[in-house]
Design a protein around this ligand. Structure first.
Ligand code: GDP
Ligand code: MN
Length: 435
């Protein structure tokens, strides 16, 4: 669940971060009549996406007339498809430096990651691409509840190189980083981000923007928090989860699916990496698979292997649902390899392999993108599955050229994964040569 900027700021405030004074959140122009405003003032569009500044959703009027005109226009417009229904009015702070600060989770290892940069205010993904050396990043192990002083100080030293080494500023920065970390842990967030964290001309450190994404799975424990910022825990706000287009598609087809990449719709692949999609049989096995793919990648492939999603195909899916799962993964522009594994009592290996082969044959006919599939099957209807697979490979070798399924447990899954990754890299290289 994403929070609005004004809500996120109120939470950060509780954890000791300084925020600009909020004058109010309005939904109608008339509401400003009874407010006492002073100028300059920030008028900010409350939509649950970033990049509002560039899209005209952040303005700084100098008079009441100017403010009214801006608000009137904003309430009639939208930002990238999100209508502006609420506007935050708050005190404008002057800016001497803009810092980027975030606490989030590594999707592959589930360790916490703290990120800081003195190049705040702009798109941090852009900085990551063009000047990665300007970003400081630290992985925190063991789910530590507080951020150690030494780690916060390391971040501060990195940031201070770029603008100021005044002790009073360094101290405020350190507190800000530690506060953001505490907030992240206490509210069980997925992301806490401030961009920009501002250094003012009179040496104050203030959060000028704020982003919080809460973990939907822990919302039931966070009811007091939600109430404290005026959200009714029973309200429909729960439904404003930020599904990716792939998650929405999977939801429609009817199987649980999660993208591990942030922003998978516009993901920019790193050239030398292999991106692996996972079709495990069951959620627990899925978590294991993520771990195993990362481990095998670290051990044998210089850490160049990235799991990109996670699904639960257990519980006996129908033939067409199995096919749809593979279509979804092969249509996913990032996928370079699919690893699957059937390990089960409830679901039939026979139906699974038929669904998979149906998808591959259809794609081959329709000249859609083909992705190598590696996997292993053990469990229900294994004999029938083996027979069907062998026959299918003889009948239609072409569409099934890159299908490599071990039937039975003569190979451990780690080896299947390793074989798959090796093959995935080989195919990737061939495609690069062919252009
Ligand atoms: P975003 O574009 O959706 O990330 O929205 P932000 O809240 O980050 O605002 C975009 C930009 O507006 C920031 O990078 C700042 O440069 C500027 N800005 C935001 N708040 C203030 C403020 O209180 N004072 C001043 N002077 N600039 C601000
Ligand atoms: Mn911002």
């Amino acid at each position: 669940m994403k929070l609005y900027e004004y809500e996120a700021k109120q939470i950060f405030d509780k954890f000791g971060l300084k925020i600009p004074k909020q004058l109010g959140v309005i939904e109608k122009l008339e509401e400003i009549e009874k407010m006492s405003l002073s100028f300059p003032l920030m008028v900010k569009a409350m939509v649950l996406i970033g990049g509002r500044g560039k899209a005209g959703g952040i303005k700084k009027p100098n008079s009441i007339d100017e403010a009214k005109e801006i608000i009137r226009k904003m309430l009639q417009s939208s930002i990238r498809g999100y209508p502006i229904e609420k506007i935050l009015l708050e005190e404008a702070v002057d800016i001497s430096n803009e810092i980027y600060l975030a606490v989030t989770t590594d999707p592959a290892t589930f360790d916490i990651v703290v990120v800081a940069s003195a190049s705040g205010g702009i798109d941090i993904e852009e900085v990551a691409k063009t000047n990665p050396e300007l970003i400081w990043k630290k992985t925190i192990f063991d789910n530590a509840k507080e951020l150690e002083d030494t780690v916060a100080e390391e971040a501060v030293d990195f940031l201070s190189k770029n603008f100021s080494d005044k002790p009073e500023i360094k101290n405020q920065l350190k507190n800000a980083i530690k506060s953001l970390y505490s907030a992240f842990q206490n509210i069980e967030a997925k992301i806490c981000e401030i961009n920009p964290l501002i250094l003012t001309s009179n040496n104050q450190i203030i959060a000028a923007d704020a982003k919080i994404v809460l973990d939907d799975n822990s919302l039931y424990r966070q009811e007091p928090l939600l109430k404290s910022i005026g959200i009714d825990p029973q309200s429909k706000r729960h439904d404003v989860s930020e599904q990716t287009i792939f998650e929405a598609k999977a939801y429609k087809i009817g199987f649980p699916y999660l993208d591990l990449l942030e922003n998978p719709e516009n993901f920019v692949k790193e050239k030398d990496k292999l991106y692996v999609a996972l079709v495990p049989g069951g959620a627990g096995y899925g978590i294991f698979s993520i771990d195993e793919v990362v481990n095998v990648g670290d051990r044998y492939f210089e850490g160049k292997v990235v799991p990109i999603n996670f699904m639960d195909s257990g519980g006996g899916p129908s033939l067409s649902k199995v096919a749809d799962m593979f279509h979804l993964l092969m249509d996913h522009p990032t996928t370079g390899l699919i690893i699957t594994s059937r390990f089960g009592g409830i679901s039939s290996c026979d139906i699974f392999i038929r669904g998979l082969i149906m998808a591959l044959r259809d794609r081959h006919l329709q000249k859609r993108r083909m992705i190598p599939v590696f996997g292993r099957m053990v469990g229900t209807d294994l004999a029938a599955a083996r027979e069907y697979l062998e026959k299918a490979k003889k009948e239609t070798p072409d569409p099934l050229e890159d299908l490599h399924i071990v039937v039975g447990n003569q190979k451990i899954m780690a080896d299947v994964i390793r074989d798959g990754i090796e093959y995935g890299f080989k195919i990737k290289k061939q495609q690069e040569i062919r252009g």
